[in-house]
Design a binder for this molecule. Structure first.
Ligand code: PLP
Length: 438
């Protein structure tokens, strides 16, 4: 054992998986074994490993200006350029951008922006956030309170009530539908539940509804058609913001540039991280509609300093690498390419629907999950949920890195640069692994 306290790890686990280097869509362990990276690290290394342009950009920026803070209006060109580039590409009206370091801290920032905004416009009671069951929004005290997974909450005494976090249904038809319920009945029922929750709590107390357009860590839930349109109708009726957590969905992952576009959502706020820099350096962005920012500016004499910022907000090296990442996405048509390869990937993965262990295959673009079941007909889950870890290990033994999520689903999220041939390699290794554990 080392002196490290490992994140999201059972401290008793002794198995260690020592990754030494990466190249394209592959990584190599310390014994020289090669693995195809089926999860792009942790849903983030979109441009793969060893990208020379990103490496050079980081090095050049470090030589020029390794660091400056941005408190009190101190600024630098790369942060300004990155924010402008994002504003031009995001489906948030006249987007204004606050930079952070991780998806979790960016979601904390969003909560503070919401509080500050509603205080500024004289509605301090409009503060509560509706989050969904089986969602993942991070692990800080505030973002873990938004997260809807017990593993991130048990034992931490999170101030869920104090923060005003409310919970509504996960839009997962396969697991959430009642017997005989059609997809459209299911959608009507859970959206009605959402509306009843809003009415019970009082619409004037609810600020925002947070959702990953397609969830990631909770099992890649793709809501049925019409779900988001109905949700948006309800939110608009009661003046509640749509806060899209695009930490995984953002930047070409789901078949379009943003998950909000793939799913037909018009967000008021958006959280970004991971593929913003292809994970070469940590950076995140909390994005809000321009008019919300303007309203806060107008009231700033009354409000004083927005007392929130990180040492590394707008870090020059992170901004430079993120800007270069966005330039590469655009220049090399990465999103269009990923959409084409993504379609091929989804089709190939659905060939596994006939496999005796496979209950459901779901996903869009280059994001997917395969749910393993004990009984295909009854959809009965495996007891204890250990099947996911078992399958993940079998894949690893066959040179494929995937991730068990929600106990019994296997998640895929390969680098956006993956080719069709490499998709074939990935699916081949996966089906071999499934047959081995049958
Ligand atoms: N939001 C979503 C949708 C995520 O998937 C994640 C991480 O996986 C986060 C927030 C938290 O990001 P981070 O791990 O960078 O804090």
């Amino acid at each position: 054992m080392t002196s490290i306290i490992y994140p999201t790890t059972n401290f008793k686990a002794t198995e260690q998986f020592f990754i030494e280097r990466g190249e394209g869509v592959y990584v190599f362990d310390n014994k020289g074994n090669k693995y195809i990276e089926g999860l792009a690290g942790l849903w983030c290394t979109s441009l793969g490993y060893g990208n020379r342009e990103l490496i050079d950009t980081a090095s050049e920026q470090m030589s020029k200006l390794a660091y400056t803070h941005m408190f009190g209006g101190k600024t630098h060109q790369v942060a300004i350029d990155l924010a402008e580039k994002l504003t031009a590409m995001l489906p948030v009206e006249d987007a204004k951008v606050f930079f952070g370091n991780s998806g979790s801290d960016a979601n904390d920032t969003q909560m503070k922006l919401i509080h500050y905004y509603f205080d500024a416009i004289g509605m301090p009671e409009k503060r509560k956030i509706i989050a969904r069951e089986r969602s993942y929004h991070g692990v800080t005290i505030a973002s873990a309170s938004l997260t809807g997974l017990s593993v991130n909450q048990i034992g931490f005494d999170l101030p869920i009530d104090a923060l005003g976090v409310l919970r509504t249904d996960a839009p997962h038809y396969y697991r959430g539908a009642q017997i005989g319920e059609t997809e459209s009945d299911f959608v009507s029922r859970i959206v009605n539940n959402l509306e009843q929750l809003i009415l019970k709590e009082g619409p004037d107390t609810i600020a925002a509804f947070i959702a990953e357009p397609i969830t990631g860590a909770s099992g890649v839930i793709v809501p049925p058609d019409g779900y988001y349109q109905k949700v948006e109708d309800v939110l608009n009726k009661y003046n509640i913001f749509f806060w899209a957590d695009e930490v995984i969905n953002g930047f070409g992952r789901t078949g379009q540039d943003f998950g909000s576009n793939t799913m037909g959502i018009k967000p008021d706020m958006m959280t970004l991280a991971k593929q913003l820099s292809s994970a070469y350096v940590p950076i995140s962005a909390s994005v809000i509609r321009g008019d919300l920012y303007e309203a806060m500016v107008e009231q700033s004499a009354k409000m004083g300093v927005f007392g929130h910022g990180y040492t590394y907000s707008g870090h020059p090296v992170a901004c430079a690498v993120a800007l270069k990442t966005l330039e590469i996405y655009e220049r090399d048509n990465i999103f269009e390419r990923a959409a084409q390869v993504g379609e091929y990937f989804q089709n190939r993965l659905r060939e596994l629907e006939q496999h005796p262990l496979v209950g459901e295959v779901r996903g869009k673009g280059l994001l997917a999950a395969v749910e393993l079941v004990a009984n295909k007909t009854s959809r009965q889950a495996f007891e204890g949920g250990g099947i996911g870890a078992f399958a993940q290990q079998a894949c690893q033994n066959n040179g494929l890195i995937v991730r068990a999520v929600a106990g019994s689903s296997i998640a895929f999220c390969p680098p956006l640069i993956i080719t069709k041939r490499q998709i074939d390699e990935m699916i081949g290794k996966f089906s071999k692994s499934l047959n081995e554990i049958l």
